[in-house]
Design a binder for this molecule. Structure first.
Ligand SMILES: [Zn+2]
Length: 437
């Protein structure tokens, strides 16, 4: 039996907050505790209450005065791209051709994938991220490496083999048939094994022929409980290229719509330049638009218009993500820092209460996993991140003037990074190493 108590200031959300002052949207307990039984949260309350119900001798992880929050969730990133973060390029297409497509070729080699998978999951944990939806490369070996390591660590992960059959170097192309066969084999092998979920992953319309999109549709029809992940409307040059490749469609979203790839388990990275029609169809189909602020700024792709997508009568479901390696930071705190700035530039506000909702329960809802992760509610998986708001000398000084929880969260979002992640629990097991060497 691996039972324990985690003690500290507990913060968990119940629903989406309406504003910075919506105290009903979350539970906050100053001297709180979680009782973890076999990786599941079985009690949540004040330390005194929780302790009083347990007679057995038990391990207590005392994190006072730090904050206990659900592990962060990153809904879009690329496993093979952690070694090309911060590669100098003018825009998306130059960045893909100059760095990404070279780097991804290395993952044909199983040993390289296995080594990098260890580094990848160490990195996620180091930054407080306990679940991610990741693209691998076109090589099934890369997916094997990804899921083998994730499963070994008992992490809840979503991943998939990229499908590309045009407009990329020949060594990175599959065919509609091999993409279908490999995906099918990987779904059968990994989807639903332990905490692993498969995402059918045509990279984007630029790199898939109509026949490959048709095969993706078949895969989605045959495996409706898998996810689908791809990219949509990121960059102006990409839009022009898509128009050239698919001239007969109303718009970019219309292509995915035609192949029935929209839906409640479909994640679309970026969604920056969507028309009103595209927003309406995304909303109707309950598709998820994934906001990747550090990537959008780095590649000069544009500003994600949250108001256009979510603050209207029929909102689009929105998630947030790092988009590593187009994104420049693995931290979901930094991601929300940049999201805040992207919205500021458009005269839109995002409160820290909403930000912390988003990277926990909000992203879990976008993945339809809110009954398992993104929350510290009883019966959920004990994937937990411990936050230190005084992790650096400057944060320590700054915290002396902070008077409310919302102010503290905003400091964490604005000034925090991996140094603010004091510990991470994966299914109740302490998992962050102080040194990753
Ligand atoms: Zn991406």
């Amino acid at each position: 039996m691996n039972n324990s108590i985690i003690r500290g200031r507990v913060l968990t959300f119940k629903r989406m907050p309406n504003s910075n002052f919506d105290t009903e949207s979350y539970t906050y307990i100053e001297d709180g505790a979680l009782f973890i039984e076999n990786g599941i949260i079985s009690k949540l309350g004040s330390f005194k209450e929780v302790k009083a119900t347990i007679s057995e001798k038990i391990t207590i992880y005392d994190h006072r005065p730090l904050l206990i929050v659900p592990g962060f969730i990153d809904t879009h990133l690329h496993f093979p791209q952690i070694q090309i973060i911060g590669s100098y390029a003018a825009n998306l297409l130059e960045w893909l051709n100059t760095y990404t497509y070279i780097e991804e070729q290395k993952y044909k080699e199983p040993l390289h994938g296995e080594f990098m998978a260890k580094e990848f999951f160490n990195t996620l944990i180091n930054y407080g991220t306990t679940t991610a939806a990741a693209f691998c490369t076109i090589h099934p070996e890369s997916v094997e490496a990804f899921f083998t390591e994730s499963h070994r660590r008992n992490m809840l992960m979503i991943g998939g083999k990229v499908m590309m059959d045009q407009n990329a170097p020949i060594k990175l192309l599959d065919t509609p048939k091999s993409g279908y066969d490999d995906t099918k084999m990987l779904i059968n092998k990994w989807h639903g094994v332990g905490r692993q979920y498969y995402a059918i992953s045509p990279r984007f319309a630029v790199t898939s022929t109509p026949l490959q999109l048709e095969m993706s549709q078949t895969l989605v029809n045959e495996h409706p409980d898998c996810y689908l992940q791809t990219h949509l409307s990121e960059n102006k040059d990409e839009l022009a290229l898509v128009k050239k490749l698919y001239p007969d469609y109303k718009d970019y979203t219309g292509i995915y719509e035609h192949y029935n790839l929209l839906g409640s388990r479909s994640l679309f990275g970026h969604c920056i330049h969507l028309s009103n029609r595209e927003v309406a169809v995304m909303s109707e189909t309950k598709s998820v638009a994934v906001f990747c602020p550090t990537s959008n700024l780095f590649l000069g792709s544009g500003l994600f218009d949250l108001q256009h997508l979510s603050k209207q009568k029929h909102p689009v479901r929105v998630a947030t993500a790092t988009d590593i390696g187009g994104g420049t930071n693995c931290s979901m705190l930094k991601t929300m820092d940049e999201a805040y700035k992207v919205l500021q530039l458009q005269g839109q506000r995002l409160s820290p209460i909403e930000s912390f909702y988003q990277i926990t329960l909000g992203n879990a809802c976008a993945l339809s996993l809110e009954n398992k992760i993104g929350t510290l509610a009883i019966e959920s998986d004990a994937d937990i991140t411990i936050l230190n708001s005084r992790a650096t000398p400057l944060m320590k000084i700054r915290m002396q003037t902070v008077k409310s929880l919302a102010e503290e969260l905003f400091i964490l979002q604005t000034m925090g990074d991996d140094r603010s992640i004091a510990q991470v629990y994966i299914k109740g097991k302490p998992s962050k190493k102080t040194s990753l060497a």
